[in-house]
Design a protein around this ligand. Structure first.
Ligand code: NAP
Length: 310
């Protein structure tokens, strides 16, 4: 694969940016990778492990001369970062982001950007519960979806280049409407995370059990919840605060279903439960057939670094 961008600036050097850096190197997609993180500690780690070709102390410096800028910070920090880098962006540069929520990011970022750049919001549906500059790995995006949300006036050439980059990183690229994205992700990622956080919280409240039995006898279902509930608190706080409407809508539907199942259990309606679980089992099969997870007994985490759509 040949180089698509001359200089890529990664703003934020955590799991997603780190994985992008590794995967860009794997396929030689960028002439130079420049990165920056908020803390001196993360910048030092990035320098020590050679994550980027160059690590700058500020985002303003990182974007200078870059033809692609990728915002890889928590959703709630995107607006402030966009304001900081705006005066330093090169004419013709493409600005994209990897945030898990899209409408709020578009509203926070777009007003700061000058007319001479292209803004193409994005979201790779891949992640793990780990964070920080040492958590990234080149395979994170392999065979995962990356959703792009170009505006009506975005140049097709800029979209084609960004699509080419993500394909080079291993992802399957699709375009999606911003609001539709937020609803779909509320169903597939945001509310499931909230449920996992709640379930682990409930177990924690039952101290007597958590202290010993829950950990000792931890079954696959609960272990999966604890893995998800170990995800970065800042990132997930920002996801819920910035995808409020869709999260509450899906949570409302979830609660209704939960009450229906609760009633079926109380009234002994086994057939209703059986039919429900038969329907949900078919969804699992569909995910495996689509290549988005494996059928392995460890849920594919062993050789897959615990990849999940986030
Ligand atoms: P991460 O590993 O926690 O890294 C976040 C980076 O952002 C760090 O370099 C951090 O700097 C920096 N940062 C944090 N707060 C900041 C602030 N207020 N201002 C400026 N910089 C700040 O996060 P990540 O998992 O890579 O996530 C990055 C983005 O990708 C988020 O928007 C998230 O929604 C999205 N995303 C995540 C996943 C996932 O599963 N993790 C999947 C898809 C998309 P320091 O290290 O110096 O604190």
């Amino acid at each position: 694969m040949s180089q698509i961008y001359n200089r890529v600036a990664l703003i934020g050097l955590g799991l997603i940016a780190g994985s992008m850096a590794h995967a860009m190197r794997r396929a030689d997609l960028a002439g130079e990778i420049v990165g920056t993180a908020r803390s001196e500690e993360s910048r030092e780690i990035a320098r020590r492990i050679g994550l980027c070709d160059r690590v700058t102390d500020t985002a303003a410096k990182a974007v200078q001369g870059a033809d692609l800028v990728v915002l890889c910070v928590p959703v709630g920090a995107m607006g402030a970062v966009a304001r900081e880098i705006a005066p330093h962006l090169a004419p013709g540069a493409t600005i994209t982001d990897v945030g898990s929520v899209k409408r709020a990011v578009v509203e926070a970022v777009a007003p700061h950007l000058p007319d001479h750049v292209e803004f193409i919001p994005g979201h790779p549906l891949a992640g793990t519960e780990h964070s920080g500059p040492e958590s990234g790995f080149a395979e994170l995006f392999d065979n995962r979806f990356c959703l792009l949300m170009p505006g009506e006036d975005t140049s097709p050439e800029a979209v084609a280049k960004l699509r080419g980059l993500w394909e080079g990183l291993g992802a399957n690229v699709e375009e999606m409407d911003v609001d539709h994205h937020d609803l779909v992700l509320a169903v597939t990622s945001h509310v499931p995370h909230l449920i996992a956080y709640t379930m682990v919280g409930v177990a924690d409240d039952l101290r007597r059990v958590t202290d010993s039995e829950v950990i000792k006898y931890s079954a696959a279902g609960f272990r999966d919840f604890t893995r998800i509930a170990a995800s970065d608190p800042t990132m997930w706080r920002d996801v819920f605060l910035n995808n409020k409407e869709a999260t509450l809508e899906i949570l409302g539907r979830f609660t209704e279903e939960l009450f229906a199942l609760q009633r079926a259990i109380r009234t002994g309606h086994g057939e209703e439960l059986f039919d429900y679980f038969t329907r949900t089992r078919a969804i699992r099969r569909g995910i495996i057939e689509a290549g988005q997870d494996t059928d392995a007994p460890d849920f594919g985490r062993g050789k897959d670094h615990g990849k999940a759509a986030s």
